[in-house]
Design a protein around this ligand. Structure first.
Ligand code: G3H
Ligand code: 13P
Ligand code: ZN
Length: 316
């Protein structure tokens, strides 16, 4: 069942974080739904601009609708990840999305406010909520690469002002993470001090943590043992997910980790079976492994086991 992102946030705020997982194809969708049902967790499916281009946006929509039928107990929202203004409008008009993200974080503050406000006005007129971003994460997003030195943490005073001026429904904050598999060069830790200051200024307001993959080192080691060459990777400490959730982080974005699961499964499969060329056997293994990964993340986020209570609260 597709619900609004606001309904998911209302149930989760301050208690647990909802996992927001990117999908690009049917195998990822099957693994995601299975993992969330196995762990009894609500979730957010997110689609990036790149994913919309990869197959075709209509294909992704069909995959998600079908997965919802195959797993009728699933409760989830559908979200546009890192949208520009035009893509936000397309998704708002499509009638399929629960929420959109307008990412104008690379623009100056006033420009970010103006763009976000335009999207909020259009989205709210259709009952769709809007995630905006303030501050700048390091790493690679679509075609934009931000070097670590240019990344900047969200200013709590600006965050309060930004939310008041735009009327956005949730805010992606830069608190030390970055996109991709190379998040920290030195100390691995979130900036809880910044998060606490933002929460103090925006009590009850859902915050979003992008770049939340943990980049499991055993996964990377298996990839490298099967021919990969990933060096110097580091992700978020999974033990920091719940402390972040208690400080207002209500949505945790994970994409890179799923790509690592895919790469490990396929590299190992074809290393061990070099004469194989049917893609379905490794595809099947990937679905199972991804489901296990998703269930493990939902446990760490605290969203595992929340499905029945959420369902009951939605009926009230
Ligand atoms: O933030 C970026 C997400 O991981 C989506 O990645 O733009 O390569 O689909 P993508
Ligand atoms: P990761 O690269 O850490 O998976 O972050 C994904 C993300 O923030 C999607 O918006
Ligand atoms: Zn992101």
């Amino acid at each position: 069942m597709i619900v609004t992102t606001a309904q998911l946030f209302k149930h989760a705020y301050g208690k647990y974080a909802v996992g927001a997982y990117n999908i690009n194809n049917a195998e990822q969708a099957m693994g995601l739904f299975k993992g969330c049902i196995d762990s009894k967790a609500p979730f957010i499916i997110q689609i990036s601009k790149g994913a919309r281009k990869y197959t075709d946006k209509r294909m992704l929509e069909a995959i998600i609708r079908s997965a919802g039928e195959i797993f009728p107990d699933a409760i989830f929202a559908v979200h546009l990840d890192h949208g520009d203004e035009q893509t936000c409008y397309e998704c708002i008009d499509s009638g399929f999305f629960s929420s959109v993200m307008i990412d104008a974080s690379h623009d100056p503050f006033d420009e970010n406010v103006a763009i976000t406000k335009r999207v909020v006005d259009k989205a709210h007129a259709k009952g769709i909520s809007v995630e905006a971003e303030l501050g700048m994460l390091g790493g690679v997003e679509e075609d934009i690469k931000v070097e670590e030195g240019n990344a900047c943490l969200t200013d709590p005073v600006e965050a309060e002002d930004f939310v008041k001026k735009t009327g956005c429904d949730s805010l992606a904050c830069a608190i030390g993470t970055s996109h991709g598999a190379f998040k920290f060069k030195g100390k691995q830790s979130l900036h809880f001090d910044v998060l606490e200051k933002i929460k103090a200024r925006l009590p009850g307001f859902p915050l979003v943590m992008h770049g939340s993959s943990s980049v499991p080192q055993d996964e990377v080691a298996r990839i490298n043992a099967a021919g990969g060459q990933i060096a110097g990777s580091m992700g978020v400490d999974v033990n920091e997910y719940l402390p972040a959730a208690k400080r207002g982080v209500t949505k945790v974005n994970i994409d890179t980790d799923g790509r690592l699961v895919w790469t490990r499964v396929h590299r190992e499969f074809f290393r061990d079976k070099p004469a194989e060329f049917d893609f379905r056997p490794p595809g099947k293994i990937f679905i199972e492994e991804y489901a296990k990964f998703i269930a493990s993340r939902n446990k760490l986020l605290g969203s595992a086991g929340q499905l029945d209570d959420l369902r009951a609260s939605l009926k009230k």
